[in-house]
Write a protein that binds this ligand. Structure first.
Ligand code: HEC
Ligand code: HEC
Ligand code: HEC
Ligand code: HEC
Length: 447
């Protein structure tokens, strides 16, 4: 037994050594083997706990104040003490209360992989090191004169500035991983449905950083649409990972139900909604439980703009996967193919990004896919509305769309069709898209 464990450890050390060659600090914070020090070590008024930003410092220095006062991550642990969490824990018959259960703490707090310093408190919720990585090896060096971002990353700072790394970080909790996941059982016990889009949520999180000239010089340009696009590719990959995971992907006689479209099951029988249309061959037959394809729809239209050949291969692989879900074909093999293509897409988007010329096409495709019947399911419409927010915002910043009030009104009208997921009417959402189309099809604003 001991020997087996010893081998396991040696193999793990080797794997880690190899990883560190390939992607030094890409290990997610809660997988890092460095020691966590705790928020108090960041919070001093001389460090990140200043009331106001400091002149002359490249960073704001009030990060702690913004986080502790405004950021929901600081309160994510406390949430586990409330009535709703108590009910979820009771419904699930957890042996311990929510705030002592790993199944909840894994996402509502930061649980380091190895024992932390005594100054660390799990009750601090999702604290600095939960996103920026355990500070053991970079706390001293990151304030030394001449410290660079690159050197900090080499010392174990998590590269949250890089879109691909950030998507993996945020989605590890906002979508889940094989290790931590809001299952259908947890949702049925009272947990809200998960809804996430990288760019929208990056803007929703009260910012404790400022993207100014100095930031861009240190870390590169901050490209909202790229963040959206990578977030979609990583979401598809994560969904397929979970589908493939024998431990996660199944629950008794059934697959894990959250991987499918919620409303494929959750609608009244009198509501005969099946139509022989819809993307990805998912309308193969009435009476099938459909995969949740909201992020797949987004990735399809992103790839059609930036790499049509890859886009076509991706579409074919998802169609094949849907056929396998319906019973024809090997599911594992086809899910692996989708995963490989979504990884390729994430790398491609990270490397080349999305050019300004692609943006107009994407905005129109987001609308036209819907008019063609692509958003038969709520989750797809929800992703499309968030995506239109990101793309249209960027087009406006670039001066390619004018009239912010009209655009905002149009976006608000789309969101108004999505207030109640159970009341979602595809035809109503289509008419809202039809009204929105002229706003993005308008000739280039020349001014
Ligand atoms: C995979 C990560 C993950 C796991 C596991 C998880 N949660 Fe959550 N939980 C979230 C996220 C993310 C949100 C916020 C959803 C949003 O607002 O988009 C959330 C929201 C909630 C909310 C609602 C908050 C509100 O403002 O209404 C409650 C309550 C909650 N979780 C309790 C629990 C309990 C209890 C457990 C354990 C049984 C648990 N969660 C497990 C990620 C997770
Ligand atoms: C939920 C994740 C999350 C948490 C929690 C978090 N941060 Fe951040 N932080 C980010 C992201 C995302 C960025 C922007 C990308 C980047 O520059 O790395 C950022 C940027 C920063 C920056 C860089 C600013 C710059 O100009 O380069 C500092 C400094 C920082 N955070 C400090 C903190 C401190 C201190 C805490 C705790 C009080 C904290 N962060 C908590 C996600 C987080
Ligand atoms: C360790 C898990 C974890 C990580 C990593 C994480 N989050 Fe969260 N996030 C949560 C939980 C849990 C909540 C719910 C807290 C609540 O409702 O009070 C939340 C809430 C939020 C909210 C508030 C949503 C709302 O409904 O108001 C935003 C915005 C958000 N996260 C963005 C991000 C972004 C962007 C990243 C990546 C930079 C990120 N999160 C990384 C767990 C996480
Ligand atoms: C394959 C069909 C199927 C899919 C897909 C599905 N569910 Fe369910 N859901 C069920 C069944 C069956 C129950 C149990 C109903 C009961 O206990 O009466 C249930 C129960 C629930 C309940 C508790 C309702 C109650 O009356 O206690 C919630 C909440 C829920 N599901 C949410 C979701 C969400 C959110 C999704 C998508 C992420 C989803 N479901 C996807 C079939 C499904």
């Amino acid at each position: 037994m001991n020997q087996v464990r010893g081998w396991g450890r040696a193999a793990m050390a080797l794997a880690l050594a190899l990883c560190s060659l390939v992607a030094a600090a890409q290990v997610l914070p809660d997988k890092s083997l460095a020691k966590t020090l705790g928020v108090v070590n960041c919070a001093s008024s001389l460090c990140h706990g200043s009331i106001a930003s400091w002149n002359g410092s490249p960073v704001n220095q009030n990060e702690y104040v913004v986080w502790s006062r405004l950021d929901k991550h600081a309160r994510a642990y406390n949430l586990l003490l409330n009535e709703k969490s108590r009910r979820i824990a009771a419904n699930l018959a957890l042996p311990q209360p929510a705030h002592q259960s790993r199944v909840c703490l894994d996402c509502h707090a930061y649980v380091p992989a190895v024992p932390a310093a005594e100054t660390f408190k799990v009750s601090d919720g999702i604290s600095c090191e939960g996103c920026h990585g355990p500070a053991e090896r970079w706390i001293a060096s990151h304030t030394e004169p001449g410290a660079t971002h690159k050197a900090n990353i080499a010392n174990g700072l998590y590269p949250s500035d890089q879109p691909l790394a950030r998507a993996k970080l945020c989605l590890s909790c906002h979508f889940g991983t094989s290790d931590k996941y809001v299952t259908h059982r947890i949702m049925a016990a009272g947990h809200p449905r998960m809804s996430f889009e990288m760019e929208t949520f990056t803007n929703l999180q009260p910012a404790h950083f400022t993207v100014d000239a100095d930031y861009i010089e240190r870390k590169g340009r901050f490209d909202g649409v790229k963040i959206w696009a990578i977030g979609q590719a990583v979401a598809v990959g994560t969904q397929v990972d979970i589908l493939l995971d024998p431990r996660r992907g199944r629950d008794g006689a059934f697959p894990e139900l959250t991987l499918f479209d919620c409303h494929a099951c959750h609608h009244p029988m009198a509501d005969k909604r099946w139509k022989p249309v819809g993307g990805f061959g998912k309308s193969i037959s009435p009476g099938l439980v459909r995969l949740n394809d909201s992020s797949m729809l987004m990735l399809r239209l992103i790839l059609r703009q930036i790499d049509p050949a890859l886009g076509e291969r991706f579409v074919q692989s998802v169609v094949q996967l849907n056929h396998a879900v319906a019973g024809t074909g090997d599911m594992a093999e086809r899910a692996k193919a989708v995963k490989a293509l979504s990884d390729e897409a994430a790398r491609k988007i990270a490397a080349t990004g999305v050019t300004n010329e692609n943006l107009r096409g994407m905005a129109l495709a987001l609308v036209d896919d819907g008019l063609a019947g692509g958003y038969a399911d709520y989750a797809g419409a929800e992703q499309a509305a968030m995506a239109l927010g990101s793309v249209v915002n960027t087009l406006h910043k670039l001066g390619q769309l004018k009239s912010a009030p009209a655009l905002n009104k149009g976006l608000a009208n789309l969101r108004a069709g999505l207030v109640e997921d159970e009341a979602y009417k595809p035809a109503d959402f289509q008419s809202r898209l039809r009204a929105f189309r002229p706003l993005v099809a308008a000739p280039l604003a020349v001014r």
